[in-house]
Design a protein around this ligand. Sequence first.
Ligand code: IVH
Length: 692
Amino acid sequence: MPMSKNIIELDASVRIKELIKEIKQQDKFYYQDDSPKISDAKYDALRQELAELETAFPELKQQDSPTNTIGVSPQNSGFTKIKHKVPMLSLSNVFSETDLEDFMMRIKRFLNLPETENIDIFAEPKIDGLSCSLYYKNQQLIHATTRGDGSIGEDITDNIKTIPTIPHNLPDDAPDEIEIRGEVYISKNDFIALNEAQEEAGDKIFANPRNAAAGSLRQLDSNITQKRPLKVFMYAIGYSSKEISNTQDGLHKKLKEWKFQVTEHINICQSLKEIMEHYNFIEENRAKLAYDIDGVVYKVNDMELQNRLGFISRSPRWAIAHKFPAEQAETILNNIEIQVGRTGKLTPVARLEPVNVGGVLVSNATLHNEDEINKKDIRIGDHVVIQRAGDVIPQVVSVDIKYRNKDNKNSVPFIFPETCPECDSPTKRKDGEAAHYCTGGLYCHAQVVERLKHFVSKSAFDIDGLGKKIIEDFFADKLIEKFGDIFRLEHSHSEEIRSREGWGSLSADNLFTAINSKRNIPLDRFIYSLGIRQVGQATAKKLASSYGSFDNWKKTMQIAQNRDSQEYEDLLSIEDIGAIVAEDILLFFADKHQQAILNDLVEQLNIAEFENIVDLSSPIAGKIVVFTGKLEIMGRNEAKSKAESLGAKVSGSISKKTDYLIAGADAGSKRKKAEDLGVTILSEQEWINLIS
Ligand code: IVH
């Protein structure tokens, strides 16, 4: 038996809570008090760790997670609030050339460009200051704001006007209305001088130039701000009533022409190699710059492409920040343990001699799978190099073999177990997959407990007071063994729970109320909660949207067990559901045991039918569209996401119900079928005309 069961997920849950608390605390120090208590690298590492844990364990994501927000809401700060005309977003980060390459590939795929095609990338230093937005109307500076929470900022107009390099008027060729974004900073030399003066006067000493800048800008008395050596680099446009330039480079030049200070050491790069060269150049010269920077920002140079790429949640798709590297550290690998997940997947976990990596104490790292261990030749007892940044959970980068004895006496190769460490069932490696799985299914208690935890988690049933630890305890004491038991607890074990250690009538009643309040559940949430392998929130939503009701979904999945049926074809035609995901869904419905558990659960619930939300004002709202053939103007993903954002339903196959077939080049059988069924066929250009 491993020392502790499912430790990664347990650790992750605890860690996520710790991180949220810590980040919120640090946000307050940083944004409200302008007095951070930790370094930027440490702060970044906290956010990065949280974001990546949330990606790895989406069911653990908390609604109030700081990854959903930017900064803090400017409440009670003493400043007037101003809504930005266009939200002030943040940037996603990359930490390696590989991640950068992925970013470039994603862009090309989205734009439907060949992998070999070069896209001009405008690269410039990432200034370590605080962002501001300047709003000009009729060429006059009207107001200036901080970022705030991204939607609403604080009015810092009087303070901004004390910065000598900011023009109060723009030339006549400037748009009538424009929001210009930039970074306020204090140079390294000015910072030293400022701190000396502060010290002499017995005033507050600033931790670094950025905090000095933030503290200086967010002064309620602009006379104080005036005495501070603030400067500003402008680098982006929020809103503009007319086009300024069709390139980022052109914008940069225009801003300079309008007398704004703009970033130095910019470059237009044509290939990954050129981007990396510029990155290395900036990093090498970082210390020589007059101001602090914390990375390099890359922006797609062509504005039209920027518009097409658009935004994802908090950040633009067309830009990314390449942060300077996080630290690595070396430590000893004490043991390798196996964690069993909800789907039976076995994950080897490195138990490390605790080590400080970039300010965080690390004692566990993921080893991913058997291949990873073999490829890096990682053995228990080895000295290993650990890295935190850019990875989901700390990673073992490599082994420092100079510590290995010649005869390898100190290190023991790891043999992947042939049986599940939790239930002893044989383990199996699926064809084409690196992971091993426990074959125990619902016989494996580890899997059952993990599924129950998933079921009650935030994005699933979200039952307050039924956390992971309680699920474990209740499972161990046989209070909950399957999903339906949760909804029977009040009747089956009320007294027992009231008298449990740490419980009382009040907490028991609260739990029962929380459980009862979740008997009504939307279909997509319900599907996601079942924990079917490969059915995450997005897939659950697609299934709910396609089948509408639970009864219809269930009935159809039973018919689809016949792989020759139309129902099976229809399942495959749902976007993102390929044969492998379909197998997992059908397997779930084929398993008698699972069906008994499902039926038992459904009796306890009201599952609401799924209502598709459509943008009724668009010409394709509510229409069913199918794309076929090679699209030349937009990539498939872009076309699809555009259609969906306008309220259309994108299907993979033609039927009588199809409203439009958008036929790209070389459209084959679907076109023929559409013709036969009398479905309207549009060329890609006709389609673009229709939606724009
Ligand atoms: S472009 C739509 N360019 O870094 C977002 N941002 O970590 C456009 N920053 O929110 C931002 N230097 O406050 C851009 N050269 C630069 C920057 C830069 C610093 C800041 C900015 C942004 C943050 C993201």
